[in-house]
Write a new protein. Structure first.
Lengths: 584, 246
């Protein structure tokens, strides 16, 4: 250190006082300067350390606040948002599954990529995955190109493949779209194709929302109730098997909010096998296919006539003999005697009387009612697959009015029917159906189609049909079910003529509980056959109505409808008008 | 002297500086260690959450609606409850405990495991290890009680008799199957009643006819309590079920 030298110089400069004093002053100034410099260095050093420490602490604080949190959130955000049912049961979610990947370079570039022969490996793989094709696997193993051999490999299958001792068979873990409920609600959900794009159903409708990075973490809740969906699919497939029907469709709709609690179309497909999903079964019979739904339309005609003041007295009798209109004769399924009143006509499902009511009502008014019920446009729902109704254009001639009055000449989807029945029984308000959960406080206001008094009368009539008429087998005890059967012959090609008498669409449109309707249930069977299980009949009373009769007790308690044998809608003013309710 | 002080001071400064630097380093290390710990924990949380989601998905798949239905078809055979299985309110449930009205037809007894109570071994005295002698007379007591209530005499019934008759009716109506534990209870109750009967042979008729407040002695109260116990369990169960169903 040099700070000792000035002091040594001071002590050694005694003999020259003048120069010594000057020298002293110089030395003093210099040492002061040195001291100040050193102080400055020390302060700078402290400042540097303090700054470093401060910056470091601040950095730590900031970094741990954002980076860590982001990493945590990112790791748990699925690549595609989850879809759940109304109770939070996952219907579609990201699932890390194993895939079987063939990597020919695993053993180096020289020599065979496999330890055993490709034939042996292919045979062993077919034993593990019976669905795979031996020749196809063999070709892929021999080609020597990296490729997927199988997707969605279960852990136990992966273990068995691993036991083969082939290093070229790898198991990359990939996040894929998985539907835990299998084929349940497949038409509502749709599927995700190999490119990660949603196809069909809500996967397609919500594609942008589900893949949006800002919203991926939040699941989308649908209005579907998994248990109700399971029950309706079960009952419909059971009936389909019993009647050898080609297909079936079912809808459960909340009459006050328009929420679809279940929407089934059978036969179904497995969205987990998106490679196989692109087949005939993806046709949605509930929203995409249109059918003439027959007698289930009669309550619309009657309601429209009550609303318009055409029917003022339920006791008025109409002739029930075959009706000749423009070279066409309208028949009933049976002879119900000389005349029928309105309740009897509905109970027996009389085409003749309904045609007369439609005629009295007039084409314009019936047409207006049908338009108000949305029967002239695609059903209002989020699904992309929506069929356009076969809607008679222009003015309806007399015969057309009459046939539409009993559900022929106008083809709609079962969802149209469900929406119409909701308006019939809920006090007369039509609401669009939705697959999103709706807060009851913010339900759509709906548009008025029928007067509340008309709706009340229709509730009585629908209940009578189940108590005394064609819908007896839908009468689940205590649930106050009301509804209407409909059996319509299927039109031939291009909607012309009815060529096959045995090809029918059997529908039962119901609502429960009739004293305060909460849910509409539609059950439709496509070409049911007459079997022993249906007493040799193919009409809705013997196949679709029992489906509702079995379904309602299964879903009622789940939906908060408690059966009560001591309550019912009051039909005492109508019962005296009904002579004998033998059906269809 | 001055030199030493200065030197000391500067050494002191340097030492302070070094200590501070060391402290900052220690702090930095500790912070880093903690940070990596937090990071590890977070990684573990993510791992566990993913594992949970994985297991949840597996559970949902294995317990899918179709799978449950298949199990129910083969294994359980549960069916939807019928309207008769629902009660609207506690009032309706309480109506089951009402004793039969005078002149009402005797309740239809269906085959049930109630007889198991009769077959239960008689109570063994804890002192002697031998069956207690009172068991025989005890069996007769409730029978007499029921007989008395079925007579349809118009005298106001004693609470004990009331409860007994009411609960018998309730048991019949609910078709309760008494298994091991309730049977044991019933046996105890029988014995307790037997004691009452034996201790006051003359008094028993009074209990049956029942208008004296004096009948409310402690032993009768005990009997009432015991008789009530086996009946209470099904009531509570039924209530629980009703709530679960609703």
């Amino acid at each position: 250190m040099s700070n000792s030298s000035p002091v040594a110089q001071i002590s050694g400069s005694g003999p020259a006082p003048v120069t010594g004093r000057l020298h002293y002053a110089n030395v003093r100034a210099r040492s002061l300067l040195t001291a100040k410099l050193r102080l400055l260095w020390v302060i700078l050093g402290f400042a540097f350390f303090a700054l470093t420490a401060f910056v470091r602490i601040a950095q730590l604080g900031w970094a741990s606040q954002s980076a860590e949190h982001g990493a945590l959130a990112d790791a748990l955000v699925p690549p595609r948002a989850e879809i759940t049912d109304r109770n939070g049961v996952p219907l579609a979610r990201a699932f890390p599954s194993y895939s079987l990947w063939f990597n020919p370079k695993a053993l180096g570039t020289k020599g065979s990529p496999l330890v055993k022969t490709p034939e042996e490996v292919a045979r062993a793989l077919v034993q593990i995955f019976p669905g795979e094709d031996y020749n196809d696997l063999l070709a892929r193993l021999k080609a020597g190109k990296p490729t997927y051999l199988h997707r969605r490999v279960l852990p136990e299958e992966a273990n068995r493949v691993f036991a083969l001792g082939e290093p070229a068979l790898e198991f990359p873990r990939e996040t894929q779209r998985f539907y835990p409920q299998g084929t349940l609600a497949a038409h509502v959900l749709g599927f995700v194709d190999a490119d990660g794009q949603g196809k069909l159903g809500m996967e397609e409708f919500l594609n942008a929302r589900l893949t949006d990075p800002a919203h991926r973490a939040e699941p989308v809740a649908l209005s579907i109730d998994t248990r109700v969906q399971g029950a309706i699919e079960d009952e419909l497939s059971h009936e389909m098997l019993e009647t050898h029907a080609k297909g079936a469709a079912g809808v459960v709709l909340d009459v006050d909010t328009g929420e679809v609690l279940a929407l089934a179309s059978l036969p179904s497909f497995d969205p987990n096998r998106s490679d196989l999903a692109d087949n005939d079964h993806i046709k949605n019979r509930a929203t995409n296919e249109v059918y003439e739904l027959g007698s289930t339309f009669k309550p619309f005609t009657v309601a429209s006539a009550i609303d318009a003041g055409v029917i003022t007295d339920m006791a008025v009798r109409y002739p029930a003999r075959p009706l000749q209109v423009d070279h066409y004769t309208i028949h009933d399924s049976h002879d119900f005697g000389a005349s029928l009143n309105v309740p009897e006509a509905l109970i027996h499902s009389s085409n003749i009387v309904t045609a007369q009511i439609a005629d009295k009502l007039g084409g314009q008014k019936l047409r207006d009612t049908m338009i108000a019920l949305g029967m002239n446009q695609r059903a209002k729902i989020e699904l992309p697959a929506k069929g356009f109704p076969i809607w008679p254009k222009g003015e309806w001639p007399r015969l057309r009015t009459m046939t539409v009055g009993y559900g022929h000449g106008l083809a709609v989807t079962p969802l149209h029917l469900a929406q119409g029945y909701a308006a019939l029984v809920n006090g007369g308000l039509w609401r669009p159906a939705t697959l999103f959960k709706v807060d009851p406080a913010h339900a759509q206001p709906g548009r008025r189609v029928f007067q509340p008094a008309t709706s009340a009368r229709i509730r009585q009539l629908l209940r009578l049909i189940v108590v005394d008429g064609t819908g007896k087998s839908a009468g689940a005890q205590g649930y106050r079910v009301g509804g209407k059967t409909g059996t319509a012959e299927k039109a031939g090609g291009h909607g012309v003529g009815y060529t096959n008498k045995h090809a029918v669409i059997a529908t039962f449109a119901a609502a429960f509980p009739m004293d305060q309707p909460r849910y509409v249930v539609i059950a439709m069977l496509d070409e049911p056959q007459a079997t022993v299980a249906t007493s040799g009949q193919r009409t809705a009373a013997f196949n679709s109505a029992p489906v509702v009769g079995r379904l309602v007790p299964r879903i009622g308690p789940l939906l908060g409808v408690v059966p009560d044998g001591k309550r019912d809608v009051d039909v005492s003013d109508l019962t005296p008008l009904v002579a004998n309710g033998d059906g269809e | 002297m001055m030199m030493t002080a200065r030197r000391l001071r500067s050494i002191g400064w340097i030492a302070t500086l070094v200590v501070c630097a060391a402290l900052v380093m220690v702090l930095a290390f500790r912070v880093n260690a903690l940070r990596s710990q937090v990071h590890q924990s977070q990684a573990r949380i993510i791992e566990l959450k993913q594992e949970t989601a994985y297991l949840e998905t597996e559970f949902e798949t294995r317990a899918s609606q179709q799978q449950l239905k298949a199990w129910n078809d083969v294994e359980f055979g549960y069916v939807a409850p019928t309207a008769g299985q629902y009660l609207n309110a506690e009032r309706e449930l309480a109506a089951y405990a009402k004793p039969p009205e005078p002149g009402a037809p005797a309740p239809v007894r269906v085959a049930s495991a109630d007889d198991a109570a009769a077959d239960a071994p008689a109570m063994v005295s804890p002192m002697t290890g031998k069956p207690m002698a009172v068991a025989d007379s005890g069996d007769a007591a409730p029978a007499r009680l029921i007989a008395a209530s079925a007579d349809g005499d118009d005298t106001p019934a004693h609470p004990a008799r009331h409860a007994d008759a009411g609960l018998t009716a309730l048991g019949d109506k609910l078709a309760t199957v008494h298994h091991a534990a309730p049977a044991h209870h019933a046996a105890k109750a029988t014995t307790a009643k037997a004691k009452t009967a034996e201790a006051k042979p003359g008094h028993h008729a009074e209990i049956a006819k029942a208008h004296k407040p004096a009948a409310h002695d402690t032993r009768t109260a005990a009997a009432t309590h015991h008789v009530a116990t086996p009946g209470h369990a099904p009531v509570r169960l039924a209530l629980k079920e009703a709530k679960a169903i609703k």
